[in-house]
Design a binder for this molecule. Structure first.
Ligand SMILES: [Zn+2]
Length: 302
């Protein structure tokens, strides 16, 4: 047998006989396999992360990626790994960089998020999103074909457990941490936690006025108490609970500094002009320090 035909046989075996041994690097840049059958797609350090978990009864996806081009890569990756359908798509938040491309996966996927998610998505909905993306490039025009908003089919309250195949998914509502409906997903047997955007990876978060830093800190405590081995946040590559420690350190220092300055009678605007967090100068999205100071100021003024 010639080398070429051995190679062809190998590809044939991998594709048709052993699809379960597809390696993460075969799926493309940004894909990592964090545990057997659990794949995370983080296109880069700050772009929205989306993931999928294969079970004997079908696939569960977490978020549907930001760019429709990434969603199409995601769908291709799922198909490379399994011929089973995507049964559930769980949203970790409501913002459209996580929820805007549901149309690529649903049907067949049933979409799930906490109560209030659909209403928040409808409020944020930009009816021109499809056209705007399509105008950017021929690739995007193709990828966005069939675009429409799909809000969750199921909205749970506080907690929900899904049993699919051999796996269990525990959904937990995280209150006031990022959007109108934030869901963490815990796989207790695999010890993998999807932490929503309560934390990202070394990045200043865009804290909206509804975010309460005390609730964010409580969410870290709750999620650390699960003792996960792998933590996947809303943006950035898979990591560990060290991500919670880093943000705890950041918010604690921020609250302390803003609290001291407010106690000296400084105004919010004055604090925003003066305060630097030089210890975190290497975090992404430095321009969001202002909204972080605003959130801290709300907390200390309560
Ligand atoms: Zn968001």
């Amino acid at each position: 047998m010639k080398i070429g035909s051995i190679g062809a046989l190998f590809v044939w075996l991998m594709t048709f006989e052993f699809p379960f041994i597809v390696r993460a690097q075969d799926l493309g840049a940004g894909f990592t396999k964090v545990k057997d059958g659990i794949y995370v797609f983080a296109p880069d350090a700050t772009t929205t992360t989306c993931s999928f978990i294969v079970t004997q009864e079908g696939v569960v996806m977490i978020d549907s990626c930001n760019s429709p081009l990434d969603s199409r890569k995601m769908l291709a990756a799922v198909k490379k790994v399994t011929d089973k359908p995507i049964v559930f798509l769980i949203d970790t938040e409501t913002h459209n960089d996580h929820t805007g491309n549901h149309f690529i996966f649903s049907p067949p996927a049933t979409i799930i998020n906490h109560e209030g998610a659909g209403a928040a998505m409808r409020k944020e909905f930009d009816p021109k999103r499809g056209e705007t993306l399509a105008a950017k490039s021929p690739d995007l025009r193709d990828a966005v074909q069939g675009y429409k908003m799909i809000t969750p089919h199921i909205e749970y309250k506080d907690k929900m457990t899904i049993h699919l195949g051999e796996r269990t998914f525990e959904l937990m509502y995280l209150k006031n941490v990022h959007s109108e409906a934030d869901t963490a997903i815990w796989l207790p047997k695999e010890r993998v936690l999807f932490a929503a955007s309560a934390a990202n990876v070394r990045r200043f978060l865009n804290l909206r006025p509804s975010v309460v830093i005390a609730d964010v800190l409580a969410s870290y405590k709750l999620m650390k108490s699960l003792n996960p081995e792998v933590v996947v946040t809303g943006h950035g590559p898979a990591t560990t609970t060290k991500v919670f420690d880093e943000y705890e350190g950041f918010y604690t220092l921020l609250l302390k500094r803003v609290g001291e300055m407010a106690a000296q009678g400084k105004s919010l605007d004055g604090i925003k002009k003066e305060l630097k967090m030089t210890e975190y100068a290497d975090w992404h999205d430095q321009n969001r320090l202002g909204v972080n100071i605003e959130a801290a100021y709300r907390s200390v003024k309560k």
